[in-house]
Design a protein around this ligand. Sequence first.
Ligand SMILES: Cc1cc2nc3c(=O)[nH]c(=O)nc-3n(C[C@H](O)[C@H](O)[C@H](O)COP(=O)(O)OP(=O)(O)OC[C@H]3O[C@@H](n4cnc5c(N)ncnc54)[C@H](O)[C@@H]3O)c2cc1C
Length: 275
Amino acid sequence: MSAYPIENNAMSTVKTQKIVKESPTVKSFFFKDRLCAKGKPGQFMMVWLPGFDEIPMSISSTLPSGLTSITVANVGEATRLMHQKRKGDTIGIRGPFGNSFQTVKGEVLLVGGGTGIAPLFFVATRLLEQKADMTFLLGAKTKEELLFLSQIEEALSRTGNTIAASTEDGSYGHKGVVTELAENALKRGKFDMVYACGKELMLLKVFMLAEKHRTPSQASLERLIRCAIGLCGSCTIGKYRVCIDGPVFTNEQLREVRDEFGRCRRDSDGRKIPV
Ligand SMILES: Cc1cc2nc3c(=O)[nH]c(=O)nc-3n(C[C@H](O)[C@H](O)[C@H](O)COP(=O)(O)OP(=O)(O)OC[C@H]3O[C@@H](n4cnc5c(N)ncnc54)[C@H](O)[C@@H]3O)c2cc1C
């Protein structure tokens, strides 16, 4: 468990400086904040939309210009409001919070689904700087929902690394789900680390495949996060609190919470519900 400097938990307001439509349902928002600019891949921040809600969002990039981005899927009330924001509009932020993906040297496999591709692309840039040999697998329902496809293709082909994609409708790459690509990759090659981010049932499948092939793995989990500082207990999984012990968990930690991982989470009343 890590303690945060208290300033990470102070609310500040920032103006959106750039907004990029990444897909029909996903937009990236860029803003300037001194603390978030030091955010690491896997860390998240809380975004406050006054009068509506405060929601967790992974940091999807930190740029040399000092800009930080989040990449937001429009799934409900708060994210719909976020999608209505225009350049120059104000949002409240706290953070960054949580741990981060730990980079390793050697052969790495990245498996990302949906908006989970965003934080994985962030860790991929760090791994490429460390000259890791990388296979990046990304999956989505359709080609237009494969986030950052051209940027990832460009970054990986430049460094001689491998990228493969799957779509459920077959509009690009393998027709099916990204875990099928992961299964083939783990059968064929030997990896020093598997990194995964996406829906929890996908993460469970990737975890089980990595365990089968005796490969260490790290996965970023989502739970209901409210306080983000370990007080409220909304985000517990077994003995861990996702907001301060995660959101990134190792395969050893995930083994300890196997009865909840991929099975249940807590709703806003604290009841356990299926993931
Ligand atoms: C650490 C962390 C990082 C995240 N990073 C991103 C990101 O980078 N990009 C992104 O688009 N989203 C991310 N999310 C998810 C995001 O916080 C939720 O989609 C958002 O809170 C939904 O708010 P809403 O009011 O729009 O939707 P709601 O109206 O609250 O919910 C819409 C639907 O989404 C479901 N839902 C909402 N939150 C969650 C959750 N945490 N887990 C499972 N189901 C949920 C609800 O049950 C409902 O079916 C992250 C979540 C966590 C915990």
